[in-house]
Design a protein around this ligand. Structure first.
Ligand SMILES: Nc1nc2c(ncn2[C@@H]2O[C@H](COP(=O)(O)OP(=O)(O)O)[C@@H](O)[C@H]2O)c(=O)[nH]1
Ligand SMILES: [Mg+2]
Ligand SMILES: [Zn+2]
Length: 295
């Protein structure tokens, strides 16, 4: 009998057994130790080659190259980091958003801001800040349906990681975007949150054709990996909207934190770069600088 090899998308994995989707079918597949030894850990979002056993089971024979991955949440081949932010309940904490955007940027992942709860309060501050970045910004309210189609469109055809502080309205938003999925309120986040306490695996949820979502319970768990991989000297390049103004700095080695005649600081004064983003930059710059990695 000939062996059929197929290409599939890993949705989840635990204890060396993976759930792999291929042409709308689900296969349960262990992976060979040789694959894990040569190619490393297999993550949700990975594309793999597997042997179809013909009975719903398979066997992973190769891990295909990734375009990117995150350590936490552990997901590969991410198209979009969608950060959900509300004007209040809870109040936005812009530093956390910017920190996440830096991690995304470092990993070559596009960022978007989904403003939630627009019915609750004025979103002008959030819009002022993020419309000056290259992030896509969508304003929504699950209460009155504003922006729900636009948010669905934003996520469509992509593997997205949805994140945002607890209570910001992620589960409610997903129910508004995908009512036909009948998700229990909180089901995505809570399912993952439970999983996180015991393992570090993450599950991708299929929301529609070629549309997958991994949502994460909160902002809290990203810092340590970040500090291991980032250098304060590269930080400026991870705030993409700063780039156009760097050439206006007087000093070639300008850190854009306190120098005179700094193109970034001038752009903030002129309203081309948001002050909040620059504040996040400076805070993170000094935090990274103070870490002695060689201890
Ligand atoms: N006014 C208003 N309340 C919302 C909206 N979206 C969510 N909520 C409420 O905010 C609370 C937290 O929502 P939830 O979806 O559980 O947040 P999560 O923790 O991010 O998943 C719930 O009480 C929701 O009813 C919205 O668009 N407008
Ligand atoms: Mg939730
Ligand atoms: Zn400068």
């Amino acid at each position: 009998m000939s062996i059929i090899e197929k290409k599939g998308l890993v949705l989840s994995g635990k204890n060396g057994r993976y759930t792999v989707e291929c042409e709308n079918e689900i296969y349960i597949c262990p992976s060979g130790t040789r694959v894990r030894k040569n190619d490393g850990k297999i993550l949700a979002g990975d594309l793999v080659v597997f042997r179809d056993n013909g009975d719903g089971n398979g066997f992973i024979t190769a891990l295909l190259p990734r375009k990117n991955f995150l350590v936490r949440p552990p997901v590969a081949n991410i198209d979009l980091l969608a950060m959900v932010v509300a004007p209040k309940d809870p109040m936005p904490y812009f530093y956390n958003i910017d920190l996440l955007s830096v991690i995304a940027e470092k990993n070559g992942i596009e960022c978007a801001i989904i403003v939630s709860k627009n019915d609750l309060d004025d979103c002008a501050e959030i819009l002022d800040i993020y419309r000056k970045t290259n992030f896509k910004v969508v304003v929504t309210s699950s209460e009155n349906g504003l922006g729900i189609d636009e948010a669905r469109e934003l996520l469509s055809g992509k593997i997205s990681v949805l994140c945002g502080a607890s209570g910001v309205g992620k589960s409610t938003l997903l129910n508004s975007i995908y009512p036909y999925l009948n998700l229990e309120t909180g089901s995505l986040s809570e399912k993952i949150a439970r999983g996180k306490n015991t393992t570090r695996t993450t599950e991708l949820f299929r929301m529609g054709d070629n549309t997958y979502l991994a949502d994460t319970p909160g902002f809290t768990a990203v810092n340590t990996e970040l500090y291991c991989t980032l250098d304060h000297k590269e930080l400026c390049s991870l705030f993409p909207e700063f780039d156009a103004f760097k050439s206006d700095c007087r000093y070639a080695d300008c850190t854009h934190t306190k120098e005179e005649e700094c193109g970034i600081a001038d752009a903030v004064k002129n309203g081309d770069i948001s002050e909040s983003r620059h504040e996040s930059y400076k805070k993170l710059y000094f935090e990274l600088k103070s870490i002695d990695r060689y201890k």
